[in-house]
Design a protein around this ligand. Structure first.
Ligand SMILES: [Zn+2]
Ligand SMILES: [Zn+2]
Length: 492
């Protein structure tokens, strides 16, 4: 049943993609409105896939089936170890009355690797949807007014492979962490005194996984260093000028599909700046340098550290809050106990909404800070300069902010939107909750161009907002810790 549903969702994606791809080829003048429709269509399809996956996992018995498949003699002990006060469960909907109730608790799947099987319907659903959406992206690209017949659109397998790799890389690190913790539990579950030792090990594992993330990214995405040449020399020069320490510039081969850049790494080593092939092929060297400056800006403003601290405290606070909610709301605990898996639903729902709203809010402001740094990276000492001649002196440390620098960055942003087939002003939530829309980012930079004092005010406000959020979160954490007892505050 689970897989029939996955196939149906794949078919729906394929039908929708067919209609949209046809419309893109027949009405190239309707491009902007089609982009909008396409983006909302993708968004709703993803929501449907997530909802369906949650339903099969919790209601349809997929979670139960995997659990039965991966049952091990250690299961019962492991669950008691994590949740010593867990009571025996009332039999769930799918349990056999002859059998004892399935062991559950926070470590309901202690066999390492079971998580991958658990996720399989979702991953397969995603792959099917990418394989369908390929047609729309291709039609949109080939019917674009600036379409270039010389470079063919990438193949379907390259397109799907790119999305798969990119998404796996994103969920790989947390998944690895969870699996490592479960492997620890599985190995040591006979010794009950080791609870704290295991939790301590999990806490030490977290920064280790996090610091080594850039290496994992490099392997998973199959990245190679940017080949020697004028562009590489130019970017290395920019890094020296901006006093930016990192391991390497890596080229991200997307077969000409995507124009994007990324920085990964909290420590100087390993830390990589990733540039896609399409970005360096279609942007001018000035513009690539500005985009590089944007990535450097994320590091200079310590965004990654802030995100990690913010998300860690947030997850702890939300988990503790859900615990409180479950114990305080009359009748809720008993209802959720009917099926142990249900206790996770409020947590997943609240954390999802929280990340979308609060983290999105912080992230959009950080992106703007990085945008300004990108402008500064290619700015000279004259704020009102009219253009940069060959061999112009750019200011070290990103201290300058000139009109040409801002214009270069704006051009780069506009090109990135165009090359990726994004709607400029209404790209849909999925593409803008984290970065804001290209139109708003450009509008802000044009505001700075018109009134340079705007920048200082913006930086001060963002600084205050970020600190206030962090201090507020820590205050809530302390309050919940005092209410709940600190021993229940470990989010693992
Ligand atoms: Zn950014
Ligand atoms: Zn200038």
């Amino acid at each position: 049943m689970t897989w029939v549903g996955v196939a149906l969702l794949g078919m729906v994606a394929w039908l929708g993609a067919r209609v949209l791809a046809r419309a893109a080829r027949r009405q190239p003048d309707q491009r902007e409105s089609l982009l909008r429709q396409y983006s909302s269509w993708r968004f709703y399809h993803l929501i449907a896939l997530i909802s369906y996956f949650a339903a099969t996992l919790y209601l349809g018995g997929w979670g139960w089936a995997v659990q039965q498949l991966c049952e091990s003699p250690n299961t019962v002990q492991a669950s008691k170890l994590v949740w010593p006060d867990a009571e025996p469960l009332s039999p769930g909907k799918f349990s056999d009355p002859e059998q004892p109730p399935p062991a559950s608790g926070r470590a309901s799947l202690p066999v390492p690797g079971a998580d991958l099987l658990l996720l399989a319907p979702f991953v397969v659903g995603l792959v099917l949807s990418w394989a369908s959406f390929y047609d729309v992206d291709r039609a949109l690209q080939e019917s674009a007014p600036w379409s270039d017949v010389q470079t063919p659109f990438w193949s379907r397998s390259a397109y799907v492979g790119f999305h798969l790799r990119q998404n796996l890389a994103l969920i790989f690190a947390p998944l690895l962490l969870v699996m490592a913790q479960k492997a620890l539990l599985w190995t040591f579950s006979e010794k009950k005194d080791n609870v704290w030792l295991i939790q301590l090990a999990a806490l030490i594992l977290l920064p280790v996984v996090f610091v080594s993330l850039p290496w994992m990214l490099r392997i998973l995405l199959g990245l190679r260093p940017l080949p020697p040449g004028p562009l590489r020399n130019r970017l290395l020069g920019a890094a020296r000028r901006l006093d930016f320490r990192f391991s390497n510039i890596l080229l991200w081969n997307t077969h000409g599909g995507v124009a994007n850049a990324m920085v990964a790494g909290v420590l100087p080593v390993p830390r990589y700046v990733l540039l896609t092939d399409r970005l360096i092929n279609e942007l001018s060297p000035d513009e690539v340098e500005a985009v590089f400056g944007h990535e450097v800006g994320h590091v200079k403003h310590h965004h990654m550290l802030y995100y990690v601290g913010f998300l860690l405290i947030s997850v702890t606070v939300v988990a503790a809050f859900c615990d409180l909610l479950i114990t305080w709301v009359p009748g809720l605990e008993a209802r959720l106990r009917f099926n142990e898996d249900w206790t996770k639903i409020p947590f997943i729902g609240i954390i999802g909404a929280y990340i979308f709203v609060v983290f999105g809010f912080v992230s959009r402001r950080c992106e703007r800070q990085a945008d300004i740094f990108g402008c500064r990276a290619v700015s000279c000492a004259r704020p009102d300069c009219a253009g940069h001649a060959e061999g112009v002196t750019l200011l070290p440390g990103g201290r300058g902010l000139c009109a040409t620098g801002i214009r270069t960055f704006i051009d780069a942003l506009e090109k990135v939107a165009r090359l990726n087939g994004m709607s400029r002003s209404k790209p849909g939530w999925l593409q803008s909750w984290q970065h804001s829309t290209i139109a708003r980012r450009v509008e802000f930079l044009q505001g700075v161009l018109a009134e340079p004092a705007l920048e200082g005010r913006f930086q001060r406000t963002v600084g205050r907002v970020k600190w206030a959020l962090l201090v507020g979160l820590v205050a809530v954490l302390v309050l919940l810790g005092a209410l709940q007892g600190w021993d229940r505050m470990v989010p693992f």
